[in-house]
Write a protein that binds this ligand. Structure first.
Ligand SMILES: Cc1cc2nc3c(=O)[nH]c(=O)nc-3n(C[C@H](O)[C@H](O)[C@H](O)COP(=O)(O)OP(=O)(O)OC[C@H]3O[C@@H](n4cnc5c(N)ncnc54)[C@H](O)[C@@H]3O)c2cc1C
Length: 390
């Protein structure tokens, strides 16, 4: 596919080559076996950690690689384009940013070097709740200060990787909603050491999902969190979480672009090789056009994501590009998945081709971490200035 891309220097070309090499050690069989038993890709995550890729965004002074966001995007894109699944560990890249931007000097010194070295895993992000869902500021989990600790009660849902993480970044209400001027106030962010809390007020229950995502329900019953684990200022946590969302959306978009490239490559190759009625099926435009269309969609998404990454790195507002890029990339990967399944006919459904697995995995990104409707609502309201809907 790359031979069709316009010639331009890619500052992350070497990273791409190295990530591809690492991913080649984790072929389809590895992911299929895990998928069947909903297992966690521990060896893959360890290999990424040892190579330093998961510490890409941690500054060098804390032992990370100090790469710009586009470097992290290149890593995640290549993981997906190789047929692997970065969902097992991608959150560490963007959750860490909250500690980096809003944590105290002591928190940064305590956690970041260990995260960079792979001694601590920060993979769990506890925001979504079963009752409030997308309406985050209505969340019900509370954290009540008692002396030098907070007492946390409530429940989270879809806390991915909770069983495979040492730390969780938690959003909880510290001031009741009826006592704050704005519903976005009174929410606070905490670093929860799940190793200490498990069995002492913290319960984790896995949810079996359509794809292998290691997502969980998490229950807090008088769970104690040291007051020193509050990130930033009490009551300002929602702002801290919002601050990280553009980075998160751009990185997820990069993953979707990687998925789209994987599907397109597979579909293109098969369309050229599979001969029916005396000619390759790809000679039929009914087979060729959906693949070509998905390629065009992927390239359009890629261009917007690149623009978003560049703005992010220049410190400019990039909400428009981050949101549009995430939506377009998720739609492009889905279109590419559809084309790939159709091109393969019945074989698209056979597990050994990995297409059905990737198809299930990439579907998520139209719903999480933010659903397409909410992105459209952002564009309608914040970009086009139409009336607020919620
Ligand atoms: C596999 C998986 C992993 C996840 N991992 C995490 C994680 O690690 N941490 C975490 O905190 N969360 C996680 N999530 C949660 C995810 O972010 C939410 O599922 C997503 O934000 C949608 O929220 P919801 O499921 O509560 O749906 P709801 O909020 O109930 O929404 C249902 C539907 O209604 C639509 N809708 C809602 N409000 C509006 C509106 N005002 N206008 C138009 N449409 C609207 C939505 O678009 C959606 O289609 C994960 C989810 C899944 C499925």
């Amino acid at each position: 596919m790359d031979q069709h891309a316009p010639a331009q220097a890619d500052p992350h070309a070497e990273i791409r080559v190295e990530v591809r090499k690492l991913c080649a050690k984790f072929p389809g069989e590895y992911w299929r076996e895990l998928d069947a038993r909903r297992g966690y890709p521990t060896e893959f995550v360890n290999a990424l950690t040892e190579a330093g890729w998961l510490a890409a965004l941690i500054p060098e002074e804390y032992g990370g690689a100090g790469l710009p966001l586009s470097g992290a995007a290149a890593i995640l894109e290549e993981i997906q384009a190789s047929g692997c699944n970065g969902a097992a560990c991608h959150a560490q890249m963007y959750i860490m940013g909250t500690i980096l931007r809003h944590g105290s000097a002591a928190q940064k010194a305590r956690y970041l070097p260990k995260i960079a070295a792979g001694e601590l895993r920060l993979q769990a992000f506890g925001v979504t709740e079963p009752t409030s869902g997308t309406d985050t500021t209505s969340l019900r989990t509370t954290a009540r200060r008692e002396g030098e600790k907070y007492i946390v009660n409530g429940q989270k849902i879809w806390t991915s990787r909770a069983e495979h993480s040492d730390l969780m970044l938690l959003l909880a209400r510290t001031t009741p909603r009826d006592q704050v001027a704005k519903k976005t106030e009174g929410l606070s962010t905490f670093i929860v050491d799940m190793r200490e809390a498990l069995g002492k007020g913290l319960t984790i229950r896995p949810i079996r999902t359509m794809m292998n995502h290691n997502s969980c329900e998490v229950f807090f019953d008088n769970m104690e969190v040291p007051a020193e684990n509050l990130v930033g200022v009490e009551g300002k946590g929602f702002r801290y979480i919002l601050d990280g969302m553009n980075a998160e959306r751009l990185l997820i978009a990069a993953e979707c672009i990687g998925d789209a490239k994987w599907f397109i490559e597979k579909a293109r190759n098969y369309a050229k090789e599979r001969v029916l009625f005396g000619r390759p099926i790809g000679a039929n435009q009914g087979v060729q056009f959906p693949i070509a269309r998905a390629y065009a969609q992927m390239r359009a998404a890629e261009a917007i994501v690149k623009e978003g990454l560049a703005k992010f790195e220049r410190g400019e507002p990039c909400g428009e590009e981050a949101n549009m890029g995430k939506m377009l990339a998720a739609e492009a990967s889905w279109a590419a998945g559809e084309a790939c399944v159709n091109t393969h006919g019945g074989f698209g459904f056979a597990e050994e081709y990995d297409i059905e697995r990737k198809f299930r995995e990439t579907r998520l990104y139209q719903v999480a971490p933010i659903s397409t409707n909410l992105i459209l609502s952002y564009i309608g309201e914040h970009v086009l200035g139409m009336p607020r809907s919620y």
